[in-house]
Design a protein around this ligand. Structure first.
Ligand code: M6R
Length: 589
């Protein structure tokens, strides 16, 4: 949430900052701003997207900071946009300062005045107050007083050649290029410019000048290891697609193929396999779409390995005093590896004795530093806020774990059952366009319901989340058998119901629910691997999907649901890549 960029070098800072901010816009797009130091600090801030910052393009100066905001404290407005300027200091901040009210009170008591409603502005005030000619010392003193999470980039009027940074629980990377040094919340903002990249850890600070980057902790200087970057993967490109979400759905088969792991033959994971042999319980902690991956994994692991799995919403787990039994393996699933609640849940599980494995799409993320094992999904960078290919990639790894876990328990389950999935996904993806006509039914709906049982319920949950996230239609994913205990009351003439049926044992049971909603006037779209069901009179529309091992079916059945959400979003005039109020990386609580 919120994107930060910084630059100091030989070129004009403003164009570099604006370009970096465009690449970080998936982190928040309520408002944006830049500050440049050139005989004093000049600032341009605007409500809305980075494109609103046109007048910043001409700013002079070769050192500056920029920000794209996802509002936490204070409405999206020009006044609340970053950078915040107070005295000699301009600051951009990603995170939440939990004790800002007490700190603000102290500043007000000194007679200082505030120009925004944000928690962040207090940082500029504290810096100005602590400053006695040494910015690094002031930054150390200030950050020591902050509670919560922050990534900070700071300009000081007295330091025309140096940029100051600090990190606590919010991501921050820095890099060195030919023309200067760069800072950002995420690699894509600076990948093109830098040959060497470093990632700050909690409690670390950095000082950038035109050539050098120096790293510090709370007491002295430190050395850091540089990270390799894959430029082609780190610079997002639309490649002729109208939206990243559309492009990312096309990439699903490759994401699955790159994420399947045959643990029996891949010796990079032998230590992990030893832990699987000892594992008696699995807990999965995650948020949003990744939580739905966890639910799908539970079905597969319990069916194939007979290992009990509990799936937890990370924000509940972290404050829930969880019981972590001996021999528990915790899987922390997170595309970004930066979701604040998932990080806290993983840390808590570890502190209570569990092994923690990170299932993540971000190899250098904070989650990888907490985990005992890192299982990297091969989805490639995902830019659209609505997760698509990363979900399928998470399922590919989690199903691989289910197979490995079954084998560790001596069961005759083969990796071969996973091998067909990329080709089957290819078949489904080739029909994505068919969902466009079907979205017409949804565009004017008051609400939409997704139903299924077992693994199909998991697909229903994810289909519903996708639809509400980018079309803004109220929607619910519901276990088909539970409808008649309340939710059936919401079905009226014309209500769209999407039913997912891929499990032979419960197919007819879900079809009973289909009959019940039809009897109340619902219009049913059936997504199923049983083509014979298309002939039932209750079915208004049918989307066939190929058969696979039944407990893996959400990896295929979710694809038409993702497409349905995408086309409905477009038909309602929304931008599917940047849904209102949301951001890709949820680094605050
Ligand atoms: O990066 P993470 O996988 O930890 O993100 C978790 C959720 O914020 C994320 O899946 C969110 O629900 C998606 N925007 C849904 O499309």
């Amino acid at each position: 949430m919120c994107g930060i960029v910084g630059y100091v070098g030989n070129r004009r800072a403003a164009p570099i900052l604006l370009e970096g901010l465009k690449r970080l816009e998936y982190r928040g797009y309520d408002s944006a701003g830049v500050a440049v130091l050139n005989d004093g600090i000049s600032i341009v801030r605007k409500k809305g997207r980075v494109s609103a910052l046109k007048e910043a393009e001409g700013m002079g100066g070769t050192i500056g900071i920029g920000h794209t905001r996802w509002a936490t404290h204070g409405a999206p407005s020009e006044q609340n946009a970053h950078p915040h300027l107070y005295g000699r200091f301009a600051v951009v901040h990603n995170g939440i300062i939990e004790n800002y009210l007490a700190l603000k009170e102290e500043c007000l008591h000194r007679g200082e005045t505030f120009s925004s409603e944000t928690d962040s502005e207090v940082i500029a005030h504290l810096l100005n107050y602590s400053y006695r000619g040494d910015v690094l010392a002031a930054l150390r003193e200030t950050t020591a007083r902050l509670k919560g999470s922050f990534a900070l980039a700071v300009l000081c009027r007295d330091e025309p050649d140096r940029l100051f940074l600090a990190r606590e629980k919010s991501p921050l990377v820095v890099g060195r290029g030919e023309d200067g040094t760069y800072a950002a919340s995420d690699v894509p903002a600076i990948a093109e410019k830098c040959d060497k990249i470093y990632s700050l850890s909690d409690g670390e600070l950095a000082v950038l000048d035109r050539k050098e980057i120096k790293f510090f902790d709370r007491v002295g200087t430190i050395e850091k290891r540089e990270l390799a970057i894959d430029r082609s993967a780190d610079i997002p490109q639309l490649c002729g697609f109208s939206h990243y979400m559309r492009k990312e759905m096309e990439e699903i088969p490759a994401a699955i193929a790159n994420s399947l792991i045959d643990f029996a033959t891949d010796f990079r994971f032998s230590a992990f396999c030893e832990v699987l042999c000892q594992t008696k319980y699995m807990d999965i902690v995650a948020c949003g779409t990744a939580y739905h991956s966890g639910i799908a994994a539970k079905h597969a692991v319990e069916k194939l390995a007979r290992v009990p799995v509990s799936v937890h919403i990370a924000s509940e787990y972290r404050y829930g005093d969880p019981i972590v039994k001996p021999a528990t393996l915790v899987l922390a699933v997170s595309q970004s590896g930066e979701t604040a609640d998932t990080l806290a849940a993983a840390e808590l599980a570890k502190s209570r004795g569990a092994y923690v494995a990170a299932v993540t799409n971000a190899p250098y993320s904070s989650l990888t530093r907490i985990a005992d094992f890192v299982l990297e999904t091969g989805a490639g960078r995902e830019i659209a806020v609505a997760a698509t290919k990363s979900f399928n990639a998470q399922l590919a790894i989690l199903y691989s774990i289910a197979v490995a876990s079954a084998r560790a328990k001596g069961k005759d389950v083969l990796f071969d059952s996973l091998r067909p999935l990329p080709a089957l996904a290819e078949q489904v993806v080739s029909k994505i366009g068919d969902a466009e006509a079907l979205s017409a039914d949804l565009v004017r709906a008051r609400s939409v319901y997704f139903i299924g049982r077992g693994a199909d319920y998991c697909a229903a949950l994810e289909g519903s989340l996708k639809l509400k996230e980018i079309s803004y239609l109220p929607s619910e994913g519901y276990p088909a058998g539970e409808l008649k205990h309340g939710t059936l009351a919401l079905i009226e003439r014309g209500t769209p119901v999407v039913a997912v049926v891929t499990q032979r044992a419960t197919a007819e049971k879900t079809m009973n629910a289909v009959s019940e909603v039809c009897a109340r006037g619902a219009s049913v779209l059936l997504v199923s691997s049983f083509p014979e069901l298309a002939r039932r009179k209750e079915i208004a529309h049918f989307i066939p999907i190929p058969k696979c091992e039944e407990c893996f079916s959400p990896i295929l059945s979710v694809i038409p649901l993702q497409a349905l959400a995408y086309f409905t979003s477009l038909a309602r005039g929304n931008d599917p890549d940047k849904p209102r109020n949301l951001a890709k990386s949820v680094t605050v609580e």
